[in-house]
Design a binder for this molecule. Structure first.
Ligand SMILES: O=C(O)CCC(=O)C(=O)O
Ligand SMILES: [Fe+2]
Length: 334
C-alpha cells in the first residue's frame, strides 16, 4: 500500500523521491495556442470538410479535440465519476489490484510502474476493456457500478475509434478502412490516471514527456487542466472544453504516414488545487502486424523514411527507451 501515491489524504509537502531536478520541472507556459476543436457533425455534416480539418490538425499539432462525437455525455460523466470513486476507495482496497506484471489485464500501479529514479505524481488503474467479454471478469468489483459503466464505455469507444480512423484515412486520401484490421487490432486498453493535488507543482510532474506508441489515443480529461503538448519546442496546454474528447496521434501514425502526421510528444503537469483524473484509451496495432509507410503516401519526391517492421519489435524498443520517439524509431529508419 505504501506503493500508492494517493492514500486518502492530501500531502502537505512533496516527498523527496518526487522532486525533479530543475531542468526537468514544469515551466510557466510561454503562450497559449488554441488546439483545433473539430465538430464531428459540423455544418450539415460535410464529411470531406471534417476529414480535411482532422488532417490539418494532425499535421500541425498531432492533437485535436472533438465535439458532437456521438459518445453519450452522461456516460462520459459516469465514467469519470465512477473511476474517481475507485480512487476514493480505501488505499488497501485499491492496493489489492496493485501489480508490476505488465501482462495483467487489470492492474493498479503508480508513477510509470517501472522503478523510476524520480517518481511521477500519479496513480493509474490500467484495464484492458475491449473485447468486453474477454476482460470484464477482471475489472474491479467496486464501486458496484464500475463494471457496467466500463462495458458501455468500451463499446462507445470502439465505435468512436472506427469513425475517427475512417476520417483520418479519408483526410490522407487513403481507402476508408485503411486503419481497420491489424493496424488497430490490439485489445483496447484504458489508463485511468489519477493525479492527486500536489503541494508544490513546480517540483513535480504527473507524467513525463512521451509519445504514445500506437496509432491514436482517445482521452477524457474532465474539467481540470494538466495535459500539455510539445509544439515547435514549446509546451502548450490542451485545456479542457466541456464535453469534448481529445484525440492525439501516436508514433505509429507518424510512421505509417511517413512523417506527414505528427505523433505528438505530451506530458501531464500537476496542480495544488484539486485532483485531476484522465482516461486514456490506446488504439494500437496487434503485436504481429506489419508496419510500414503507406505505399500511397510515398513517391520519388517523398521517399519512405522507415523500413517495414513487426510492431512487437518496435514496442519492445519503445519500452526500453521510455517513450522517446527518436530513440524508439532509430532501428527502423532507412
Ligand atoms: O493525463 C493526461 O492528460 C495524459 C495521459 C497520457 O498521456 C497517457 O496516459 O498516456
Ligand atoms: Fe500519453
Amino acid at each position: 500500500m505504501e506503493k500508492l501515491l494517493y492514500r486518502g489524504f492530501n500531502y502537505e509537502t512533496v516527498p523527496e523521491n518526487y522532486v525533479f531536478p530543475p531542468e526537468a520541472r514544469q515551466k510557466k507556459l510561454e503562450s497559449k495556442t488554441n488546439i483545433p476543436v473539430i465538430d464531428m457533425v459540423g455544418d450539415g455534416f460535410d464529411r470531406k470538410e471534417i476529414a480535411k480539418q482532422i488532417f490539418e490538425a494532425g499535421k500541425e499539432f498531432g492533437v485535436f479535440q472533438i465535439v458532437n462525437h456521438g459518445v453519450p455525455l452522461e456516460l462520459m460523466k459516469e465514467m469519470m465519476s465512477v473511476t474517481r470513486e475507485f480512487f476514493e476507495l480505501p488505499a488497501e482496497e485499491r492496493a489489492a489490484y496493485y501489480s508490476d506484471d505488465l501482462y495483467k489485464p487489470v492492474r493498479v500501479f503508480t508513477s510509470t510502474g517501472v522503478h523510476d529514479i524520480v517518481r511521477f505524481w500519479r496513480d493509474c488503474l490500467r484495464m484492458a476493456v475491449h473485447p468486453v467479454e474477454d476482460f470484464k471478469q477482471y475489472w474491479p468489483h467496486k464501486p458496484t457500478n464500475l463494471k457496467s459503466a466500463v462495458e458501455r464505455y468500451a463499446v462507445e469507444m470502439k465505435g468512436l475509434i472506427v469513425r475517427v480512423l475512417e476520417l483520418i484515412a479519408e483526410g490522407l486520401g487513403l481507402e476508408v478502412g485503411y486503419f481497420h484490421g491489424d493496424l488497430s487490432g490490439e485489445p483496447l486498453v484504458s489508463h485511468v490516471n489519477f493525479y492527486p493535488p500536489c503541494p508544490d507543482p513546480s517540483l513535480t510532474l504527473g507524467l513525463a514527456k512521451h509519445c504514445d506508441p500506437g496509432l491514436i489515443t482517445i482521452l477524457l480529461q474532465g474539467e481540470v487542466s494538466g495535459l500539455q503538448i510539445l509544439h515547435n519546442d514549446e509546451w502548450l496546454a490542451v485545456d479542457p472544453i466541456p464535453n469534448a474528447i481529445v484525440v492525439n496521434y501516436g508514433h505509429q501514425m507518424e510512421i505509417i504516414t511517413n512523417g506527414l502526421l505528427k505523433g505528438v510528444d505530451h506530458r501531464a503537469i500537476t496542480n495544488n488545487q484539486q485532483p485531476r483524473l484522465s482516461i486514456a484509451s490506446f488504439v494500437q496495432p496487434s503485436k504481429e502486424s506489419l508496419i510500414a509507410p503507406a505505399p500511397a503516401l510515398i513517391n520519388e519526391k517523398n521517399p519512405a523514411i522507415y523500413k517495414s517492421y513487426i510492431f512487437r519489435d518496435y514496442f519492445a524498443n519503445y519500452v526500453t527507451n521510455l517513450g522517446d520517439k527518436e530513440k524508439s524509431a532509430k532501428p527502423f529508419l532507412l
